[in-house]
Design a protein around this ligand. Sequence first.
Ligand code: ATP
Length: 319
Amino acid sequence: IKKIGVLTSGGDAPGMNAAVRAVVRAGLAEGMEVYGIYDGYYGMYHDHIEKLNRQNVSDIINKGGTVLGSARFPEFKEPSVREEAIKNLKKHGIEAIVVVGGDGSYMGAMKLSEMGFPCIGLPGTIDNDISGTDYTIGFMTALDTVVDAIDRLRDTSSSHNRISIVEIMGRHCGDLTLWASIAGGSEYIIVPEVDFDEEELLRQVAEGEAKGKKHAIIAITEHVADVNAMAKRIEEQTGRETRATILGHIQRGGAPNAWDRVQASRMGGYAVELLLKGESARCVGIQKGQLVHHDIIDCLTNMRRAFRQDLYDLSNRLF
Ligand code: ATP
């Protein structure tokens, strides 16, 4: 294999640049030509493809976002659109690609593989919602960002004996909320994996107040409830000032932390090794500290991420 491409797709995540850099540098070290495909599958279809050299990926390991750009391109679900995209890759002589993105991006990679075009997926999303890996690229950096926000809310909540509700990203995965709650010491956790009962929450908040807690921070994953309406109800029922804070896209930004840089570099280097071995339709992960790879179809359809019940139970014990 002599020519490979790399793209980032779906929501951006800190560490994607480190992954791109690793793919480019590892590929060049093997004597390959490496092409950057800009704006994900959109750029693949519109032929936004350029050959990259060492310097093109200099000074990006520390940068948030993705220098290759990313796009949502639902048209890629159409086989005719993918055929056109493959034609563009072949025009440049590209024989295989590495896709850095979330499960939607993995779907695209799986479809390309099924059409005979070799792809390797790297898990790039802050949500930590991809099977076959313990951590996705961007998760740990987003976690730092969320914990920093919780620390700040704690300061102001304590000063005013206020109840704070913090809405945290994760789509249908509570990992970011769960880990941030433990690191930030927020006592009340609402995640999609556990049924939520508002009455029970109110009872716990009252219990916390009786214990002399000055602050009450409720961490909740996005899409579980309307946090502003919830704040209003809690304020009415407790008589305590209650505010909701939606952290939003702040969680996606910022320089990747050292962990994400290291894991993204490892996974990028590994993707090139797999392509050299002739692998396709595989997705890379890190499990128990080791680099692993799985079948993308398996990852998307059969494998389930285990909910970290141990962390959830721990947070209850530390209440
Ligand atoms: P995040 O988890 O951060 O949202 P993601 O990769 O899941 O990232 P999506 O928008 O779901 O983000 O997917 C990214 C892109 O992958 C889509 O815009 C589309 O181009 C492609 N894609 C998604 N689903 C499919 C599919 N079923 N077939 C082909 N391509 C797909």
